[in-house]
Design a binder for this molecule. Structure first.
Ligand code: UDX
Length: 431
């Protein structure tokens, strides 16, 4: 099939490359010439395992352009632009979606299918469908569920496919089935529904995941007040298959470009719809999540004697989660900045996210690796659970630091091992 993908950020770049991998002819459109050039050279503009390789592998069927006119050859157009949080409210900022549709309309032909992938407030698709219909084209909504670090696999082998279509638009189902023929043949469940349900599936899934994480972090607060161990609690309740152990890792909580802004955007939309009470629990989910970051700073302050002023703190991790260089709403970077605000001398490190963090927070000191960051530290804080931090050797680090103090913000270290090596070990939700 001949496909265009409008927007080549995280979602769009991965989607374009994956569609080409599936054998489709793809053009990716982005307004940023530098990004287009990087992608065209077969280089991923952000860290995502396998993406650069895929861009090279699929090169013959994949091109990128800043010119919207390049979509003319395609008859299927994916909208994959970002919907960030508005700077002054909880609501999603739809300006990029609107701009994508504005740019696309003059190039659409009767019979084309426009497919929204971006995460949008419920009701958006129905509104856009009217505009698309003026050209004789049609609209479907097909939300993505990709996780950073697993984005290619999540696109090629999704857990489920959701098609939100206009009433009776069976032709859209046929087109999307052809796009995803491999996954469907492999048994991927597919749900064909209306626009509103498709839009809601995405935000409901993210709201559920965020709630699960904040639930266990609320239990961590209780554990801290009672001397209980939240990781054992999670293991024990996770054995109940109705609950499940995944997404029950207590610690610094969720961040990134999706979960935080999606739950806030969902609340804002519910308020517009007059059903804000239905989602008022999400403001608690958000508050629990943010409280973990202050608790981490409190624990660090306590562990270095009550004041952070002038203390050397090594921060291990900057990305919002391992295997990513993304620092959008990163709990790790937030903690580092709070430590700095309280007068600590912070040296931060991360296997992949130093450059993205530096462009956002130039005031921090950065070290290329854990050993360099740990030099003369009064405390080490582990805030992203990268594999290399989980396997750190407490005996190897001991001679480098000024004091053997470690605060485990992701419950990813073995307290017994660190304590046996003479370290003062503290964690969130664990004695
Ligand atoms: C998420 C959704 O998983 C994905 O389906 C959606 O399309 C986009 O948003 P992503 O942002 O890549 O994906 O991150 P995810 O792996 O879900 O983790 C989100 C955050 O939750 C991270 O900061 C992570 O550290 C945190 N987390 C996750 C926990 O704190 N505890 C857990 O048990 C799991």
């Amino acid at each position: 099939m001949r496909i265009s993908v409008i927007g080549c950020g995280y979602l769009g770049a991965v989607h374009a490359a994956s569609m080409a991998k599936l054998g489709h002819d793809v053009v990716g459109i982005d307004v940023d010439p530098a990004r287009v050039e990087t992608l065209a050279r077969g280089i991923a503009p952000f860290f995502e395992p396998g993406l650069s390789e895929l861009l090279v592998e699929a090169r013959d069927r994949l091109r990128f352009s800043v010119d919207m006119g390049a979509v003319r050859d395609a008859d299927l157009h994916f909208i994959a632009v970002g919907t960030p949080q508005q700077p002054d409210s909880n609501a999603a900022d739809l300006r990029y979606v609107e701009a994508a549709i504005d740019g696309l309309l003059p190039h659409l032909s009767a019979g084309d299918l426009v497919v929204g992938k971006s995460t949008v407030p419920v009701g958006t698709a129905a509104r856009l469908a009217e505009r698309v219909a003026t050209t004789g084209a049609r609209l479907a909504w097909n939300p993505e569920f990709l996780r950073e670090g697993f984005a290619i696999n999540d696109t090629l082998s999704p857990d489920r496919l959701v098609y939100g279509i206009a009433p009776g638009d069976e032709a859209a189902v046929t087109v999307l089935d052809e796009v995803y023929a491999g996954a469907i043949k492999g048994g991927t469940p597919r749900i064909v529904t209306d626009y509103a349900t498709a839009e809601l599936v995405k935000v409901a899934a993210n709201a559920f995941l965020a709630t699960k994480i904040s639930f266990i972090n609320a239990m961590a607060e209780i554990a801290e007040a009672t001397g209980a161990d939240v990781t054992q609690l999670a293991d024990a309740i996770g054995h109940d298959p109705r609950i499940g152990r995944r997404f029950l890792n207590a610690g610094l909580g969720f961040g990134g470009g999706c979960l935080p802004k999606d739950i806030r955007g969902f609340m804002a939309r519910a308020e517009e719809l007059g059903v804000d009470q239905a989602l008022s629990f999400l403001s608690e989910v958000d508050a629990i999540n943010l409280r973990r970051r202050s608790r981490m700073v409190d624990l660090t302050r306590e562990s270095v004697g009550g004041s952070l002023e002038g203390k050397n703190i090594a921060v291990f991790g900057l990305a919002f989660k391992p295997d990513s260089d993304d620092v959008r709403d990163s709990p790790a970077l937030d903690v580092a900045m709070h430590l700095l605000d309280e007068g600590a001398h912070v040296v931060a490190t991360d296997p992949k996210a130093i450059e993205t963090a530096r462009s956002k927070c130039p005031g921090l000191d950065y070290a290329p690796d854990a050993a360099t960051a740990a030099r003369d530290a009064d405390a080490i804080v582990v805030v992203t659970e990268w594999a290399q931090y989980k396997t750190l050797d407490p005996h190897g680090l001991a001679p480098l630091v000024a004091a053997r103090v470690i605060i485990d913000g992701r419950n990813c270290l073995d307290p017994a091992v660190w304590r046996a090596a003479g370290w003062h070990y503290r964690a969130l939700g664990r004695p």
